[in-house]
Design a protein around this ligand. Structure first.
Ligand code: NAD
Length: 329
């Protein structure tokens, strides 16, 4: 099958070629993101393979359908950037990667917690300047702290299991309760209870209409004062402008973000020689208790291997009319 791979990152071609054994599929890699303005690039392809930086709205999908595209394959677990309803109306299948190394994302969430708490990023720079003072480096024990987990799916579950190892008490909020986690001692609470009881909150639910700006001033005002919030899920779950107000009031004491609502204009590229026009993002960067990473939680060798391997399997299943176990319905 001929597949147009959009938004190709520098590391991806090598991994895709490794798993596309015998060149069973013809893969053409585009650096450009797919959106309604770049749809013409998909001419002559039966399938498009897209990333979180691509925007497949109704307009884009209708254009893809006219070009004869029959498959949209996401190289991500989240699919909030694809209008699945329009795809269905236009008879285009949507496949994704429901599971690829949930540990990669869970472990990155923990890296953010440990860095914000124990300030290793500051110590690293300070020691290189021959400053061995402990001033401003005090952290807190994770042992015994209450961790609130929003979304106990694959990544949330992996995160809970690691935090149990730290000796934390874990409370969770999800639309569906996980019996296995309950057996491990995790208690499900309402969202408001989770906000008021947690020392650290980690977000692992998908971005949906319900979770868009789930964390806004109303939620921040209910936090246990001085809580830490970690978001490795999708940027728009946190209202960044309102988070700035909560940071200034010290309602949020630490904020760790791997995702940001308007990341598509800046993330996944080197903007070091340009002026960032997003004032909200720049204000967030100016806080010494905010740590931002560039949507890298998934970026491990194991996860990228799985992304390539499962994507190739998705193409093959579709081409051979096999059951589509990774279909978004
Ligand atoms: P999953 O589908 O296994 O789990 C999501 C969980 O969230 C489910 O248990 C679901 O019931 C719950 N949920 C849904 N709506 C909710 C709501 N309104 N309130 C509370 N809980 C709700 O997904 P996953 O594999 O664990 O991935 C979670 C998210 O992580 C993805 O949607 C994606 O946005 C994000 N992600 C980020 C990266 C990264 O690199 N930063 C990588 C992969 C995934």
């Amino acid at each position: 099958m001929k597949i147009a791979v959009f938004g190709t990152q520098f590391y991806e071609e090598e991994y895709f070629n490794k798993y596309n054994s015998g060149n069973q599929h013809e893969l053409v890699f585009f650096k450009e993101s797919l959106n309604s303005k770049t749809t013409h690039l998909a001419k002559g392809f039966q399938a498009v393979c897209v990333f979180v930086t691509d925007t497949l709205d109704k307009n884009c999908i209708e254009k893809l359908a006219k070009l004869g595209v029959k498959l949209i394959d996401l190289r991500s677990a989240g699919y909030n950037n694809v209008d699945v309803k329009s795809a269905k109306t236009n008879n285009i299948k949507v496949l994704r990667l429901p599971t690829y190394s949930p540990q990669a994302i869970a472990e990155h969430a923990i890296a953010l917690i440990l860095t914000l708490n124990r300030k290793t990023h500051k110590a690293y720079n300070q020691v290189r300047e021959n400053n061995f003072s402990l001033q401003n480096l005090m952290g807190f024990n994770l042992h015994g702290k209450t961790i609130g987990v929003v979304g106990t799916g694959k990544i949330g579950r992996a995160f809970c299991c690691i935090m149990l190892g730290f000796g934390c008490k874990i409370i969770a909020f999800d639309l569906k309760e996980n019996e296995d986690l309950k057996r491990k001692g995790i208690q499900y609470k309402t969202f408001d209870e989770l906000l008021s009881k947690s020392d650290i909150i980690s977000v692992h639910c998908p971005l949906t209409k319900e979770t868009n700006h789930l964390f806004d001033t109303k939620a921040f005002d209910k936090l246990k004062k001085g809580a830490m919030i970690i978001n490795t899920s999708r940027g728009a779950i946190i209202n960044a402008e309102e988070a700035i107000i909560a940071l200034k009031k010290e309602q949020i004491r630490y904020l760790g973000l791997d995702v940001y609502e308007k990341e598509s204009t800046i993330f996944f590229k080197d903007c070091s020689q340009t002026v960032i026009q997003d004032d909200v993002f720049e204000r967030l960067l100016s806080f010494n208790n905010v740590l931002i990473t560039p949507h890298q939680a998934f970026y491990t060798d194991e996860a990228i291997s799985e992304i390539a391997e499962i994507s190739i399997k998705n193409f093959t299943d579709f081409e051979n009319n096999l059951a589509l176990e990774n279909e978004v319905k």
